[in-house]
Design a protein around this ligand. Structure first.
Ligand code: G3P
Length: 223
């Protein structure tokens, strides 16, 4: 399973990129606003220059022609851009047309395996079930990821399941266990995956013991 960062903060993306574990980025208008706004195109291009992988950028038009026109524009920003389109009638029709042109679509705001199957048939490269938002309203978000993976595998569909709206490290590992192709997560979740108090204690202990051993070696003239 590949790990993407779910943020429009260039600082967070730079910090995560250094770790060498991030293969793509997903952005949306909410994350863009949270990161302080600015020119969306410039931010997306800057992200493309930091991470060499799929970078999702949201389209905001609400009708088919508008979506197709906007998506072509957004896709022209950089070869790694995937256009993010919410699933509805206009979104599906636009995705069918764009995928035939070779434009990568990340079909977003997916909340059921039925929607995911439709997104796949329309040719979306990435299909994004929103796990946390389903959990928020008392549904089992990860079950939608699991069912979608099962259906795609059953029919050998090439579309990739991108588990989104992940809120904590348990979501990430659950997405991996049910076979999601990609998990996208906030920077805070990536850091929470990394840290463990026993690792910190272990490092402290190794350093203290190394100091003790060096001191002892100096005492015996072996250092
Ligand atoms: O990847 C989608 C994500 O940005 C939505 O997350 O936490 O707003 O549901 P959240």
């Amino acid at each position: 399973m590949r790990l993407f960062l779910d943020t429009a903060s260039v600082d967070e993306i730079r910090a995560a990129a250094k770790l060498g574990v991030i293969s793509g980025v997903t952005t949306n208008p909410t994350l863009w606003a949270k990161a302080g706004g600015g020119n969306y195109r410039d931010i997306v291009v800057e992200i493309c220059n930091i991470i060499d992988g799929p970078i999702s950028a949201e389209c905001l038009s609400r009708d088919v022609e508008g979506l197709v026109k906007e998506a072509r524009q957004v896709a022209s920003w950089h070869p790694n851009v995937a256009v993010k389109i919410p699933i509805d009638e206009a979104g599906l029709e636009a995705t069918s047309r764009l995928s035939k042109e070779g434009i990568k679509v990340n079909m977003t705001l997916v909340f059921s395996p039925n929607q995911a199957l439709l997104a796949a048939q329309a040719g979306a490269t990435f299909v994004s079930p929103f796990v946390g938002r389903l959990d928020d309203v008392g549904h089992d978000g990860m079950q939608v990821v699991a069912d979608t993976v099962q259906v795609f595998e059953r029919y050998h569909l090439p579309n990739q399941v991108l588990a989104a709206s992940l809120r904590h490290p348990l979501h990430v590992i659950a997405a991996a266990k049910v076979g999601a192709h990609i998990a996208t997560m906030p920077y805070s979740v990536l850091m929470a995956m990394l840290r463990h108090p026993l690792t910190d204690v272990g490092i402290e202990r190794f350093l203290a013991d190394a100091k003790k051993a060096a001191k002892a070696a100096r005492g015996t003239g072996k250092a």
